[in-house]
Design a protein around this ligand. Structure first.
Ligand SMILES: Cc1ncc(COP(=O)(O)O)c(C=O)c1O
Length: 445
């Protein structure tokens, strides 16, 4: 598969032209790769008006993913804002203020989009949730919620896979959504690779109308590289306005380093990635079996994640993560309950090391303490209102009864416990304490 963006930059570097254009480093190195970093010079195309090398590379990605695929150099964060804007545009074209029904574990970029775009949100909770980070809603839960809503949402928005590696039944949920004439949008930030499994588990193949993938999370792509995929089933406005939607929120200086990385990934995927992934997934599955054999409990059904319920093995997640770190293994995420390891075929030669590390940690009596559950929220005002009213910082332990202004969770996992505009309950205060959240921004009295 050709790599038009990489080829263009390579030939530009070879010319050794005097760079009388941005960026200010002029190709001279402080870090060692600055001469790859260009801007929209003649022939380099322009991300949001692509009709040259970027368009060609996006078409290559579209062929690989079987969708209309657009590049983001600002992560899934940008793709999500764009995807939701498109859903809002569609809703307004039908004459209604947008309402989106979302799984409660939505990443905070979803809630900040609600502030930017002022759409209404209804939440759907899952009975199978093992933590506020996870909300693997079922088709039945989606159906039940859709059937009780007085106003039909323009879209259902779910996060799958979630941070803990739980994957929803997207096909079942898509069928339910489409039965009600509602779109299905998927935050597939953690699942770009799902497309290339022996049997695709990618949302677009399972009936989603649009989704985002963070290429940088599971493919060998620089941080920031991501896709917005639009299915044939999506309303026409999604394809025709996708670039406008991305441009609305994106920087006017998209990174050509990231674009080259996405371009190179097309060729990497085309040249044997499926086979490499199939073999690696089989090896990871063996590793998971061995880890379970050592007495660990794993959760989630995602092929490239290992999520350990560390309390069942006698450790808090953060404690267990430190033990792994002492052995030279740095995890993606840990909290009190879980440790999450993200693997890709780039770690092929490290699987033995991971197994040995797990084998070398002594099992202790299980820790019985459970994460506090989260009550169904009570909304005092819209998300947008909460972002714009006067606010003040209070100690989280004294925040009960106050209305949250903006979300107080960092990344990872960047999933709000309480969403802007909601009244902070006693249960939420317990959660803040449990997850080590000390301060909250609340609406001033
Ligand atoms: C579930 C989920 N969605 C969206 C995002 C945002 O993705 P990005 O970092 O590519 O902007 C993240 C980031 O961690 C995430 O975990």
């Amino acid at each position: 598969m050709d790599t038009p963006i990489c080829d263009f930059v390579r030939s530009y570097r070879q010319k050794e032209s005097v760079r009388l254009h941005m960026p200010g480093h002029k190709g001279k190195t402080l870090l060692g790769f600055e001469d790859y970093d260009i801007t929209e010079i003649n022939g380099a195309d322009s991300l949001y008006e692509a009709n040259g090398i970027i368009m060609r590379s996006e078409k290559n990605a579209s062929k690989l993913f079987g969708a209309e695929t657009f590049f983001s150099t600002e992560g899934s964060s940008l793709s999500i804002r764009a995807m939701i804007y498109l859903a809002c545009l569609y809703s307004y074209s039908k004459g209604g203020k947008p309402l989106i029904l979302a799984g409660r574990n939505a990443h905070k970029v979803f809630t900040s989009s609600a502030a930017l775009l002022d759409f209404d949100v209804e939440w759907v909770f899952s009975k199978n949730s093992s933590s506020y980070i996870s909300c693997p809603i079922t088709p039945e839960e989606t159906d039940e919620k859709l059937s009780t809503l007085k106003k039909k949402p323009v879209a259902v928005y779910i996060t799958s896979p979630d941070y803990l590696g739980c994957v929803s039944d997207i096909k079942g949920i898509a069928d339910v959504c489409h039965k009600y004439g509602v779109l299905l949008l998927v935050d597939n930030a953690h699942g770009a690779y799902l497309k290339f499994l022996p049997e695709s588990r990618h949302p677009i193949d399972l009936g989603a109308d649009a989704c985002c993938d963070s290429a940088h999370k599971t493919l060998p792509v620089l941080t920031g590289g991501a896709y917005l995929h639009i299915s044939d089933s999506a309303p026409d406005i999604f394809k025709s306005r996708a670039k406008d939607a991305l441009a609305l929120f994106g920087s006017t200086s998209p990174s050509y380093l990231i674009l080259q990385s996405l371009d190179a990934a097309n060729n990497y995927i085309f040249n044997g990635y499926r086979q490499e992934l199939a073999e690696f997934v089989a090896d990871v599955s063996d590793l998971k079996n061995k880890i379970v054999g050592y007495g660990y409990s794993l959760i989630g059904s995602e092929e490239l994640k290992i999520t350990v319920d560390t309390k069942a093995y006698g450790y808090y997640g953060s404690e267990f993560s430190s033990l792994l770190e002492e052995k030279g293994l740095v995890c993606e995420f840990s909290d009190l309950d879980f440790v999450v390891l993200m693997l890709t075929p780039q770690l092929r030669d490290k699987l033995k090391l991971i197994e040995e590390a797990f084998a070398g940690i002594e099992k202790k009596p299980p820790i019985k303490e459970r994460a506090p559950s989260i009550a169904e929220p009570q909304r005092a005002m819209s998300i947008k209102e909460a972002y714009f009213l006067e606010s003040e910082v209070v100690d989280a332990e004294n925040s009960c009864g106050r209305v949250l202004a903006t979300s107080n969770v960092g990344c990872p996992p960047a999933i709000p416990i309480v969403v802007s505009g909601e009244i902070i309950s006693g249960q939420a205060v317990n959660c803040f304490k449990y997850y080590g959240i000390e301060k909250c921004l609340v609406i001033s009295k």
